[in-house]
Design a protein around this ligand. Structure first.
Ligand code: GLY
Ligand code: MN
Ligand code: MN
Length: 447
């Protein structure tokens, strides 16, 4: 878990980076209806989570560096609006922390009941020059905010002052979230490790005849038994040609003897995601063409790894993976012509149609710009990202039938260090020998 002191430091860093006499409004997530009277499992808003660790819906964080408000030693002010204690509501819907406990537990200057939000927000907003907010994410808060801003502007004889300038708070927060702290890295290591164990469990439980959702259940069982209650995103279990659907989440087909199965699954721990893909034979033994294509994806990943170090860019690693994959596809007869021509014409995109990787953190596709002033941004120590080359041959591709319907992705999570990179997910087997050895020795493969 992230310590309270780190949340306090993050708020301070944000307030220091904001222009003088500014206020920031950061809303929590709200429950989302799944069907009548039932909701989807609650997931906190990542920005709100990053700044508070407060676990409930409907709350709202206010930060200010206006001198009269921020009458604190470090010139920062933080207030939380949250659901008030309510016996009846807590019997029906669950416990609430309440403003009194929230203030102390989350080291806030003050916490108020959500019942006071209109009056409270109006008084907080009054007199600030700038408002930092993320538009487009929280429609109901946005509506309330706009109403209050209008009330301030309409106040008689200009007795009140609405902030004149609105600034997208994401510019600052995304940069902060991109570089992970020691505590964040520690949690992400654990999320990665939990996910590796789950992938190993799926490998040992795989056999022809079971359903894709049975392996999904094994993965989620493993997450939970290791202390991660939720997956970080919709688990993908794609047997056979289902692996060629990049965001396949139906997970509702029978696994067939002789097919590969692709599993893209990662645990969420204390809000942080792991994002691992492994592809393995349903029956524990790769066929010859499966081996060839699998080894090519693995070679591309291993070759690209060496480019991950401070100062290099994700684009450099991507270009390397593209070159290995394209040359391999030519060698195997899936592409014709020269390497240069194929790269120039991007023919590899018929088979490798997504990026090599993405930032990873509180969101599985985490925030942070990939370019700065139009240039690929240099990697820095503390960044965490995925490295996930893949080859997907459509079932109707105009190639030798032995390749058709094969979908392979190998996805690991890496931390950029001062000297290079550290693979956080190395405990999930990925060499052909290691996968076959684990699956064949597990005894779970009873055809
Ligand atoms: N699991 C989503 C992705 O790999 O990007
Ligand atoms: Mn990914
Ligand atoms: Mn993934």
């Amino acid at each position: 878990m992230i310590k309270t002191s780190e949340f306090v430091n993050r708020r301070r860093t944000l307030l220091d980076a904001m222009q003088a006499n500014s206020i920031a409004i950061i809303p929590a997530a709200q429950l989302v209806t799944r069907s009548n009277d039932t909701e989807y499992p609650f997931r906190q808003d990542s920005y709100f989570q990053y700044l508070t660790g407060f676990p409930e819906p409907d709350a709202l964080l206010v930060l200010s560096n206006k001198p009269s408000l921020a009458d604190t030693p470090d010139n920062t002010f933080s207030a939380l609006f949250c659901l008030p204690k309510n016996k009846l509501a807590e019997i029906w819907q669950g416990r609430r922390i309440g403003p009194e406990r929230a203030e102390e537990q989350f080291s806030l200057d003050v916490a108020h009941s959500l019942d006071d939000i209109e009056v409270g927000l109006e008084s907080y907003l009054d007199g600030h020059d700038n408002l930092y907010f993320a538009r487009g994410l929280h429609p109901s808060v946005e509506e309330l905010l706009d109403t209050i801003l209008q009330q301030l502007r309409n106040a008689p004889k200009q007795t009140k002052n609405a902030p004149n300038t609105q600034i997208d708070i994401r510019e600052l927060l995304n940069e902060m979230r991109l570089i992970k702290s020691e505590q964040e890295i520690d949690i992400m290591r654990q999320a990665a490790q939990i996910s590796c164990v789950a992938h190993k469990r799926a490998m040992t439980y795989s056999k022809a005849g079971i359903n894709e959702y049975h392996l999904e259940a094994e993965i989620h069982h493993s997450f939970a038994m290791q202390g991660a209650k939720h997956p970080a995103y919709g688990t993908i279990v794609g047997g056979g040609e289902n692996a060629c659907i990049l965001h396949y989440t139906e997970n509702n087909c029978q696994l067939q003897d002789g097919d590969l199965v692709l599993i893209d699954a990662g645990a969420e721990l204390a809000g942080y995601a792991a994002d691992i893909t492994r592809t393995f034979p349903v029956n524990g033994t790769f066929s010859a063409p499966q081996k060839q294509l699998y080894q090519l994806v693995l070679d591309a990943q291993l070759a690209s790894f060496y480019l991950f170090k401070p100062g290099n860019t994700l684009k450099m690693a991507t270009d390397c993976a593209i070159e290995v994959i394209t040359q391999g596809l030519i060698d195997l007869g899936l592409l014709t012509g020269s390497l240069e021509e194929n790269i120039e014409n991007q023919t590899y995109r018929d088979y490798f149609m997504h990026g090599l990787g993405h930032w990873l953190g509180l969101d599985v596709h985490d925030v942070g710009d990939y370019k700065i002033d139009g240039q690929d941004r240099p990697l820095m120590a503390g960044m965490v990202l995925t490295v996930e080359p893949g080859i997907y041959v459509a079932p109707d591709a105009d190639v030798d039938h032995q390749w058709r319907g094969l979908g392979i992705r190998i996805e690991d999570n890496i931390l950029i260090t001062e000297s290079g990179y550290e693979v956080l997910t190395s405990d999930a087997p990925k060499s052909i020998e290691d996968i076959e050895q684990l699956m064949q020795s597990s005894g779970a493969i009873i055809q």
